[in-house]
Design a protein around this ligand. Structure first.
Ligand code: ADP
Length: 482
């Protein structure tokens, strides 16, 4: 067996605490390149004591940071945006190395990270309170928004930079301090991002980074001195985190879900197929808002499936650095879940139209983009989040049936509707029990509109004004002056 070599140009896997790079413990967690199985770096799983140090640093830095004006914080965030743009190539390379996505998508993600810093720099100076009339003369009520305090943020690997960025940008703009624990699959782009903070003028202790897996995550989530916890990840981990909170603090939970696309008889079928190719297979389907299941009116079902099958079969699959359409999936859990979901659907009578072949023997973690047709409602593809390049198609006869099937799972994050009949757009659009509904387009989340889930997909918003208010708390100041 050939020994695996560790590349020498990865950032040193250290924690950033109170402005100093410190070791988080023994390096025990290997970070693997999903394109070839090679170990890229090894990180510590930071202990409870190490996480505690970071939370203390955030607490100590809070009084000074929350006393800065939003204009001062905006200047810092704009500098951070510029620093990210200057470092875009290297940040993007680290994202692709560690999670596998095509380098073009990593560049896009990094550019959107910079945009998030700019956006919240500008949104932070537009936090307006209210004055409220009082029954009693000589008394006025003022509603003020104040920073919520010390934030813990736990993030996943599918968008390693953006999912930190939305939390970090909004928290800093609001005047909060923060401790971030990135995914153990994708620590290095986070390390590189945090190395840009000091140069941009983020004071020591305002933003801290702790590396690790379950130990670090549990220690952060259950720390008694947090004022808020923001989490993006699986439903199971979100539930574990909710149970482990030391006290009743506000949380934002973005937990993904199996997202439906509905294609009615009035839809532009080519447009719907293009939407599914993008939202079902981009990032190898590893998107919280990925299309996982498609409900197609029987009149256009055959046309849709034929065209989707042709489109998916033509997707170029390869290592992310070659910029294909679809890279490897990030880990063996995803690869094996994709196989299990396809197998389960077939066992229940579904038909594989393209893909479905095992790549378990290939070095790295690969899944052939797959379309499965006639998928029954109780199959895993419908009921669970596959989180890989696999889409299940289901024909339907009436709009009521399509809505009932789409709503008929625990998922409530995003739904996609393709229809040209205005009555269908409004009636189906209103009936869908999802936090985000995209009609005739595949983008259910944009930076300046609120984005969040319902039901098992979590609660709270990121993006938009609401994403900033997630890091603010209300104070009612009642003043008697007469
Ligand atoms: P995903 O597979 O989408 O990354 P996970 O929910 O497994 O979803 O992981 C998301 C983040 O939560 C990662 O940073 C992971 O290390 C962290 N994590 C995992 N288990 C726990 C836990 N029990 N408590 C806190 N954080 C955890």
């Amino acid at each position: 067996m050939t020994a695996l070599t560790v590349p020498t140009d990865m950032p040193e896997p250290r924690n950033l605490v109170a402005g100093r790079w410190v070791p988080g413990g023994d390096p025990t967690v290997a970070v693997v390149n999903p394109a070839d199985g090679q170990v890229l770096t090894t990180i510590p799983d930071t202990s409870e004591a190490g996480v505690d140090e970071a939370v203390r640093a955030a607490r100590a830095a809070l009084p000074a940071w929350r006393s800065t004006t939003p204009f001062q914080r905006a200047a810092v965030l704009h500098r951070l945006a510029a620093a990210v743009r200057d470092d875009l190539e290297e940040l993007a390379r680290l994202v692709t190395l560690e999670m596998g996505k095509p380098i073009g998508e990593s560049r896009g993600e990094t550019a959107k990270l910079a945009d998030a810093f700019d956006y919240y720099a500008e949104e932070g100076v537009r936090v307006y309170g209210e004055t409220i009339p009082n029954e009693q003369a000589g008394v006025t009520s003022i509603v003020r928004y104040e920073p919520v305090g010390v934030v813990g943020a736990i993030t996943p690997w599918n968008y390693p930079l953006e999912l930190i960025g939305w939390k970090l940008a909004a928290a800093l703009a609001a005047g909060c301090t923060i401790v971030v624990k990135p995914s153990e699959y994708t620590p290095s782009s986070a390390v590189r991002l945090f190395a840009l903070l000091q140069g941009a003028g983020v004071p020591d202790g305002v933003a801290n980074l702790v590396l690790g897996a379950g130990t670090a995550g549990r220690a952060l989530a259950s720390h008694p001195d947090l004022d808020k916890l923001a989490f993006t990840g699986s439903e199971a981990t979100g539930a574990a985190i909710t149970r482990s909170l030391a006290k009743a603090i506000p949380t934002s939970m973005e937990l993904g879900g199996s997202c439906p696309q509905i294609v009615t008889a009035s839809a532009d079928v080519d447009d719907a197929v293009a939407g599914c190719l993008r939202r079902g297979f981009r990032n190898a389907g590893q998107i919280c808002i990925a299309i996982n299941r498609v409900y197609v009116h029987r009149d256009v079902h055959a046309e849709y499936v034929d065209k989707l099958t042709a489109g998916v079969a033509a997707l170029k699959v390869g290592p992310g650095l070659d910029n294909p359409d679809v890279g490897p999936v990030t880990n063996a859990e995803i690869r094996d879940r994709c196989a299990a979901h396809v197998e389960d659907a077939v066992a229940r009578g579904a038909r594989v139209r393209t893909g479905g072949t095992s790549q378990a023997d290939r070095a790295g973690t690969w899944v052939t983009p797959t379309v499965v047709d006639d998928v029954p409602h109780d199959s895993l593809i419908v009921q669970e989040e596959t989180f890989g390049p696999v889409v299940g198609v289901v024909p339907y006869d009436t709009s009521e049936e399509a809505v009932a099937l789409a709503n008929g799972t625990d998922a409530g994050l995003a739904a996609y509707l393709y229809a040209r009949d205005l009555g269908e757009v409004f009636s189906i659009g209103h009936a869908l029990e999802f936090g985000n509904v995209a009609v005739n387009n595949p983008d259910a989340g944009i930076m300046n509109a609120p984005y969040g889930g319902r039901k098992g997909s979590g609660h709270g918003s990121e993006h938009g004004r609401e994403g900033l208010h997630a890091y603010l708390q209300i104070k009612h100041l009642r003043i008697r002056y007469g």
